[in-house]
Design a binder for this molecule. Structure first.
Ligand code: ZN
Length: 63
């Protein structure tokens, strides 16, 4: 049984840059190791909750 990847949010502690990733079922999503904006390695990853996950999946499926 395939496991659906959960959407997650990356945030930079230094400059406040943030990006939400909502990977599709079998897509390989390479997480960032450093901030694309300031180059900081202080990247926080937060898994988003399931209700937002459903919301994002609806948005993606409409495209
Ligand atoms: Zn940054």
């Amino acid at each position: 049984m395939p496991v659906k990847p959960k959407p997650f949010k990356l945030m930079c502690e230094d400059c406040g840059w943030a990006q939400v990733y909502a990977p599709r079922s079998d897509a390989i999503c390479a997480p960032l190791n450093e901030c694309p904006k300031c180059g900081s390695k202080k990247i926080n990853m937060k898994i988003l909750n399931s209700s937002l996950s459903v919301f994002l999946n609806k948005l993606i499926s409409k495209q």
